[in-house]
Design a protein around this ligand. Structure first.
Ligand code: G3P
Ligand code: CA
Length: 269
């Protein structure tokens, strides 16, 4: 086992708040991350992009039109202009937030999230659309370093993990800082079973500590194969408790969920 691959917990079942607690409050906002923390998520997951003036901001899409009142690519907005928008809209309407402030919610920068949430929570940062953002990998790694998010916390969990569908972006991160655990995201079509060819597996093993897989494709054989190679398996995006428990019984190491309270007290049983 490579030293850098050993830091993800092997026999835990982690709850990763997907875009925060995005079932309840607008996704990828500070409110969403705070609620995920309140609901005891083990990690919060968020997606990052770069503005025109090279600021790292947190949003899922590379275009603001789904979640704000405006339209256009993030890379064409300065941070100041993005900050004028409200990230509380879904399909043109306000989300009715439960237990959260209904006021407009600003798009956070990654440093604002790190600043506000600190090391009380752990992070899964997704690099998206990297072809649009030269050197975003280095910027994210540098920011993680400046917030002391490399390495493990007092419980032995990595303070921050990076995941992406983009294997080249992950390889760049691995070259920059091999202590950051990396998860290769994999997508499978409806009805397909997850698998990696021998060649793909060999490649993933060069840089990743695990894989993130569309949950319906996960099988016990896939989980065992990955575990035999020392790779953790996380499933996305699971919003049904029965599915969550089934994945847990297969030995999956954790789930991405919009509802961090999905298992309530059942998580530990
Ligand atoms: O949780 C995995 C997930 O983040 C990848 O999909 O589209 O929600 O970023 P997406
Ligand atoms: Ca994501």
């Amino acid at each position: 086992m490579k030293e850098w691959r050993s830091s993800l917990p092997e026999d835990d079942f982690l709850i990763i708040g997907h875009r925060g607690a995005s079932a309840y409050v607008p996704e990828n906002t500070l409110s969403s991350f705070e609620l995920a923390e309140d609901l005891n998520a083990d990690y919060i997951e968020l997606d990052v992009h770069l503005t025109k003036d090279d600021e790292i901001v947190v949003m899922h899409d590379d275009d603001v039109s789904r979640t704000t009142e405006a339209a256009g690519k993030i890379k064409d907005f300065t941070l100041d202009k993005l900050k004028e928008l409200s990230a509380n809209r879904k399909k043109g309407e306000k989300i009715v937030a439960s237990g959260a402030d209904h006021e407009d919610i600003a798009i956070p920068t990654l440093s604002e999230v790190f600043e506000q949430m600190g090391t009380e929570v752990r992070y899964v940062v997704e690099l998206k659309d990297t072809e649009q953002y030269p050197d975003i990998e280095r910027k994210v790694v540098d920011l993680m370093k400046s917030y002391d998010l490399i390495g493990t916390d007092q419980n032995g969990f990595p303070k921050a993990v990076i995941h992406s569908f983009d294997k080249e972006a992950l390889k760049k991160v691995h070259k920059l800082e091999e202590k950051i655990p990396l998860l290769q995201l994999l997508s499978f079509d409806e009805g397909e079973e997850a698998e990696l060819s021998r060649k793909e597996l060999k490649e993933v093993l060069q840089y990743a500590s695990g894989v993130g897989v569309s949950y319906k494709a996960v099988t016990p054989v896939f989980v065992n194969t990955m575990h035999d190679k020392g790779l953790a398996v996380y499933a996305y995006t699971v919003n049904d408790a029965e599915d969550a428990l089934k994945l847990k019984s297969m030995g999956v190491n954790g789930i991405h969920t919009n509802e961090p309270d999905i298992l309530g007290n059942e998580k530990e049983s």
